[in-house]
Write a protein that binds this ligand. Structure first.
Ligand SMILES: [Zn+2]
Length: 75
C-alpha cells in the first residue's frame, strides 16, 4: 500500500536540522551532517530508506548531495 507522500510543514530548527510534519500530523526530526542523513520516521529507522522527509529537507535547504546518505538503500 502506498501512502501519499505529502508533507504539510517543514520547520528549520538549525542549519542542518529540521522538524517535518507529515500529512498525518506525525512530526519527525531530520538531520543532515558529515555522516549523512538521519530521520526519526519508520521508513528510515526500520527500512533504512532515503525517506520523503529527507527529500523535503534537501529541497528546503538546497542540499543536493543525496549520495551522502549512508543509512541504507536509496530507492
Ligand atoms: Zn523520514
Amino acid at each position: 500500500m502506498n501512502t501519499p507522500s505529502i508533507i504539510s510543514h517543514v520547520k528549520s530548527i538549525d542549519g542542518d536540522l529540521w522538524e517535518v510534519t507529515g500529512s498525518n500530523n506525525a512530526t519527525h526530526i531530520v538531520a543532515h551532517d558529515w555522516d549523512g542523513w538521519m530521520c526519526t520516521c519508520e521508513d528510515h529507522y526500520f527500512r533504512h530508506r532515503f525517506c520523503k522527509h529527507m527529500r523535503t529537507c534537501a529541497e528546503e535547504g538546497n542540499i543536493t548531495d543525496q549520495m551522502l546518505f549512508r543509512g541504507g538503500t536509496n530507492e
